[in-house]
Design a protein. Structure first.
Length: 219
């Protein structure tokens, strides 16, 4: 329960999260104006935003504030668990925002409505986003309270690597498919779900490593 309180603190500190709503709005605009809508890109674009926002609690930290938080009734490392839980929540919410943008676009553009949802690939992208978030947050734990420039690079670079890699994959898949991009049948849902499950295990392992680092360094 204390970890959930740290998650709540992270959410309260992130007052600018409403700006993330611009990403699904832009996805809706792209989809409703496209004759060959790429649903996978729309979902991946929103998760790209989720990767960026997931690391905000780390980048907003300072030793003075954390010294106060450590006075709260909690065990060492629970603040890091709260950060990692926030990261997973952020990327999960971004996934649902991406799916919501697809749903809304389908009400406006019949091409979106008639395009099969590539569920297997979306789950795979979700899993990849979770791994990227875990790696970012592990690095941010290692470089906690270090150079602001280094922290900003860790927060931004992996997110853009994910974005451009996902964009390259979706473009290649769309080029190989029919104009309707019937990508739903190219990757079974079970495979996508399996990849996500494996990514979740990796995320938990990365979380435990980060907690051990904090306990060893005593901060």
């Amino acid at each position: 329960m204390r970890v959930l309180k740290f998650l709540k603190i992270d959410c309260l500190k992130m007052k600018s999260l409403w700006i993330a709503l611009f990403f699904p709005l832009l996805s809706i605009f792209i989809l409703i104006t496209s004759d060959e809508p790429n649903l996978l890109f729309a979902a991946g674009y929103c998760m790209f935003a989720g990767i960026i926002y997931s690391t905000f609690p780390f980048t907003g930290e300072n030793p003075q504030e954390n010294g106060f938080l450590m006075m709260l009734p909690s065990k060492p490392g629970e603040d890091i668990l709260g950060h990692f839980l926030f990261g997973f929540t952020a990327v999960t919410v971004s996934l649902f925002l991406g799916l919501f943008s697809i749903f809304v676009s389908g009400l406006i553009n019949s091409n979106v409505k008639n395009t099969p949802l590539p569920t297997g690939f979306i789950l795979a992208l979700y899993g990849a986003a979770v791994i990227f978030v875990g790696l970012e947050e592990l690095l941010l734990t290692v470089f906690r309270y270090e150079s602001i420039r280094a922290v900003q690079l860790i927060r931004i670079v992996p997110a853009f690597v994910y974005f451009f890699a996902a964009n390259a994959v979706t473009d290649r898949l769309q080029a190989q498919q029919t104009p309707s991009f019937a990508g739903a049948g190219t990757l079974p849902v079970s495979v996508g779900a399996g990849f996500f499950a494996a990514a979740l295990v990796v995320y938990i392992i990365l979380t435990m490593i980060a907690v051990r680092i904090v306990l060893k360094r005593d901060f």
